[in-house]
Design a protein around this ligand. Sequence first.
Ligand code: SF4
Length: 162
Amino acid sequence: MSKSKPNASVANVEKQWWHSGVQFQCQGSGKCCTSHGEYGFVFLTLEDRRRFAKFFKIPTGTFTKKYCQKTNGAYHLIEKKGQPDCLFLKGKSCSVYEARPTQCRTWPFWPEVMSPKTWKKEISSFCPGVGKGKIWTQNEIEMQIRLQEKMESDILSEARRN
Ligand code: SF4
């Protein structure tokens, strides 16, 4: 997840480049489940960890111990050196799709990538879902952005407490 890109928050902006909709449909390539420089960590809110725990039928604390690491107080899935793939990526598929974290649900409509330049140069270059299938309306996109903003704010709040 980016820490330094300009934030394209929907707040205070009347018309964004996505106002007439954006075509995107996941092609199951698994490319967004692999680190791309700064889009690296799969961060997990408490709600994400609880959803995973339910999926694995284990206590949340056990899930956290087994699958998570903490960086600057923020929980994320374990990262292994020299292994850019998410630990739940099996072949090209997410093995925990039903329980996938918020940031995987809101991708690619993250505030930090919603500048026209980043979207065109970076996201379109590795995400084969861009320009395919469903046309997301402005409202749908902004709901995803808000969901991601809330998730990022929850991660930060928890990190401050840790
Ligand atoms: S949890 Fe699933 S969707 Fe999210 S990065 Fe890992 S493999 Fe991809």
